[in-house]
Design a protein around this ligand. Structure first.
Ligand code: GDD
Ligand code: MN
Length: 376
């Protein structure tokens, strides 16, 4: 009995230590990448003629957001005759499609098309439908409930015209009253930029995800069986040897729901987990063929998303058990943890770990490939 308790205590402490140590090491490594790789400094001048861009907006019941979205795209600092907008609607039951047609009547000089799928088959299906109609050399996906800064499109395209870059996404600026969400963004935002300097960002964002069309065709269009279409498409492009980056000067604004926030976080975590599991599988089978830098990033990131959260949860349970049996170090650890909860960053971190664990369990029975709309 005594030795079992000692084992529980030691394992608990070891798990918790490892849980906090690995991401700290990764953070320091990432800071190093930020400093040593200046190759993605700001680029704003397009040195060639602006390429033709297809901006694709998938919609399902977006009546509340779509007008604002269209106005936002309309006011981009990119020649209006060099981009088209393709909206794919999948059976919205609100006024989305009507509103779009009204907007089109009121705006000249911009090419906006609406494709109606009739039935709802999910975002990824809609993107592949749009791809069939798109004429651009560059394909930009953007969620209806998000916004760009005026230079987002131009900066993204400029980056995409750089040698070796196959995909570009944005730095998210959350529009929210939730401090947990804002904190989460500033920490992860830095990692995304650092990874992009090294090779590719492990994660992409649907608020602005731009791809070279030829590469999209090479990978067979958008993946249909992984919820995180944005991150996974970027992953597939990276595995071809092209960089999928989030540069500092490409920004987007994300609307964060206040009601249904937790379910929203869990579903997105589920999608990310599906993405990392899939990439991990490729790495195990064809690891040698992947770019070395990308492999390094994805090994860290899949560990952080798939395994590290469990170390915390299991370690926490073990520490509680041994504290209840009077072990001193676990009691001290719990007290320290309670004090640290006063710090916003620590709260955010713990919340995220719990969400990742819940999400990986939920993935066992529901992959959420077609999801419930959560109003922002
Ligand atoms: N055509 C079509 N059909 N569009 C859809 C469907 C569908 O079945 N489902 C969702 N969409 C559209 C939405 O209207 C929105 O423009 C965009 O896809 C994103 O969907 P949201 O419901 O707003 O999801 P989110 O805000 O949580 O999305 C984030 O996470 C997703 C993965 O979990 C974004 O980053 C998405 O880009 C990402 O796919
Ligand atoms: Mn959304």
């Amino acid at each position: 009995m005594m030795t079992l308790l000692v084992l529980i205590e030691e394992l608990g402490i070891a798990f918790i230590t490892m849980h906090f140590l690995t991401p700290s090491i990764y953070y320091v490594v990432a800071l190093g990448w930020l400093r040593s790789n200046k190759r993605s400094g700001d680029k704003t001048e397009l040195s060639v003629d602006p390429p033709l861009v297809s901006v694709i907006i998938p919609t399902y019941n977006e009546a509340k957001a779509i007008i604002q979205k269209l106005n936002n795209v309309y006011s981009q600092d990119y020649p209006r005759d060099r981009f088209e907008v393709i909206i794919v609607d999948s059976g919205s039951t609100d006024r989305t499609v009507e509103l779009i047609h009204e907007w089109i009547k009121g705006h000249d000089g911009i090419n906006v098309r609406v494709i109606e799928e009739g039935a709802r088959m999910g975002k990824m299906h809609a993107l592949n439908t749009a791809l069939k109609y798109a004429k651009g050399d560059i394909i930009v996906i953007t969620d209806a409930d998000s916004a760009w800064t005026q230079d987002s499109l131009r900066n993204a395209v400029t980056w995409l015209m750089t040698d070796g870059v196959g995909a570009v996404s944005c730095n998210k600026i959350p529009r929210t009253d939730k401090d947990v969400e804002a904190e989460y963004r500033s920490y992860y935002g830095l990692l995304r930029i650092a990874e992009s300097r090294k090779f590719s960002s492990a994660i992409f964002h649907g608020e602005l995800a731009a791809y070279r069309r030829d590469l999209l065709e090479k990978i067979g269009g958008f993946p249909m069986d992984v919820g995180a279409d944005d991150s996974h498409t970027a992953g597939l492009i990276s595995m071809l040897g092209y960089r999928a980056i989030i540069p500092e000067n490409v920004r987007c604004i994300e609307y964060v729901p206040s009601k249904g926030y937790w379910m929203w976080r869990i579903r997105r975590a589920q999608h990310l987990i599906q993405h990392f599991l899939r990439i991990l599988k490729y790495m195990v089978t064809n690891g040698k063929e992947l770019p070395r830098d990308y492999r390094q990033i994805m090994l860290y990131e899949s560990y952080l998303h798939l395994i590290n959260p469990w170390l915390f949860v299991i370690g926490f349970v073990l520490v509680i058990i041994s504290a209840m049996h009077g072990a001193i170090i676990p009691i001290v650890l719990i007290l320290i943890g309670m004090v640290l909860l006063a710090i916003r960053f620590f709260r955010t971190w713990i919340t995220t770990q719990v969400i990742l664990v819940v999400a990986s369990i939920r993935n066992l029975w529901n992959k959420e490939l077609v999801w419930r709309k959560i109003e922002k």
